[in-house]
Design a binder for this molecule. Structure first.
Ligand SMILES: [Zn+2]
Length: 181
């Protein structure tokens, strides 16, 4: 950050009095511009024994497979964000179910929330950020072509637990060197 979004003056990186971390502070109006982690919200859309995957049309990892997921917007709930992202990326309507995974990615200051969801119909098609969307069974999973560990790992838990007949909640951390398969 170079300029204050409040008054357009330059900002300086400094530790405000009583604080412990460097913040961007406006040199003129003195506003402190706090920066906090972003939330990424998505779901595992289920249809019979299959789930819906999206092939990424955008970098990073263009051409690799992922779940419908994206940045949460202001003024929406987690479930609304998951359903909206699924509609945007796969033109698919879902009923959001239980929260399944919460993964922290501290190196990029993101937190992922992944829900299980019921796909409501088969009238889906790629949105602008997807090259292809398709239903895959466990046997058809492109494990070697998953875009990110943060998607790959919850899906590994998902199929294992589905076979066991009981789903848990997975809270975990993925560090920098781990985030690509
Ligand atoms: Zn300012």
């Amino acid at each position: 950050m170079k300029y204050c979004s409040n008054c357009s003056a330059t900002v300086v990186l400094m530790i405000p009095e009583g604080d412990s971390l460097p913040r961007y502070v406006c040199s003129t109006c003195n506003i402190i511009h706090y920066q906090n982690p972003k939330m990424v919200v998505g779901c595992i859309p289920e249809w019979e024994d299959k789930i819906l995957l999206c092939k990424r049309a955008i970098e990073p990892r263009k051409g690799w497979w992922t779940l419908p997921a994206g940045f949460m917007e202001n003024n929406e709930t987690l479930a609304q964000a998951a359903a909206r992202e699924t509609l945007e990326e796969a033109n698919a309507r879902v009923e959001i179910g239980d929260l399944y995974a919460v993964y922290s990615l501290p190196h990029i200051s993101q937190v992922y929330f992944i829900f299980r969801a019921k796909l409501l119909d088969l009238d889906f098609k790629p949105g602008i950020e997807s090259l292809e969307v398709k239903l895959v069974s466990e046997q058809e999973m492109p494990w070697e072509e998953m875009a990110f560990r943060v998607i790959h790992d919850p899906l590994k838990h998902y199929f294992k637990e589905r076979n066991q007949g009981k789903f848990g909640l997975h809270v975990d951390v993925i560090n920098k060197v781990q985030n690509t398969p």
